[in-house]
Design a protein around this ligand. Sequence first.
Ligand code: ATP
Length: 335
Amino acid sequence: MTQTITVIRGDGIGPEIMDAALYVLDTMQLGLQYEFADAGLVALEKQGELLPQSTMDSIRKTRVALKSPLTTPVGEGFSSINVELRKRFDLYANVRPAKSFPNTKSRFPTGVDLITVRENTEGAYIGEGQSLSEDGETALLTQRVTRRGSERIVRYAFELARKTGRKKVTVVHKANILKSTSGLFLKTARAVATDYPDIECNEMIVDNTCMQLVMRPEQFDIIVTTNLFGDIISDLCAGLVGGLGLAPGANIGTDAAIFEAVHGTAPDIAGQGKANPCALLLGAAQMLDHLGMPDKATRLRDAIVATLEAKDSLTPDLGGTGNTMAFAKAIASRI
Ligand code: ATP
């Protein structure tokens, strides 16, 4: 059976890492067909819009996109195309795995294997009620947290635990201070947890979570939290295991899902063949899980680990002298 996915090659290092990722996916003969669509600077230049209707239509049709990083030029209507995509497709779950990899410049070359599940559509990041007084002395922002939004993200985290054989969900909050917003999230999470007696549920205040992650990250399995805390925690987790070149993310909704590398367009190395394609490839592995191909996803992850172990053609960020495509070919040869 063939499956069509939308492919967004993106800006900066985007096209290089996407070409590398598609090379590996093609080697796997997955029956994937690609519908190429533009977004970001390249779309603005070609079609006069950052997020063309044709790209929206493609994602709506295929329901699955693999996306490289995008540039959002200042003053072009959106504060961020990524945030806009999340809003338009109601991609409520931001799912970011962090796993120890061999031969990376990391404080935890072993022992970390966790997933942060971040609520993506509420809280501090949607710009609601944002204002600055005329004299520039006072800034305001509304944080909206709903029972529905909290329930669906916590349920997503527990379902993910069941699906992936994970045993524990940690609900991260600040309900002792943010009594209304974080309080509602925590109360809702406790209610949802009763539906999953097979999964351990614990609660942790966000500041303690940051300390615990740095000291004993191996205690975490799945973390579920609100938008702002999840943004910070997931980057902290990426830092635990070797940084941005190895950090993938998925934005998942009911009708569409977008898989990506967490890093940006890296203009400082764009066009030089130095970019590490692993983050996007690990995003592609998340996509294969989502498409019901978990064995293929495992093969892809295993090939990445084997390539890192062999130090074969690693890119400069990993201390190697290889280039983006050579690294991809080394991975593909181990599948
Ligand atoms: P943007 O404005 O799009 O966020 P940025 O350069 O500010 O771009 P990142 O793209 O996340 O932010 O890059 C931060 C640093 O990490 C840069 O020095 C970049 O070269 C490096 N980096 C990011 N992604 C990769 C990658 N895939 N491989 C190697 N280095 C990377």
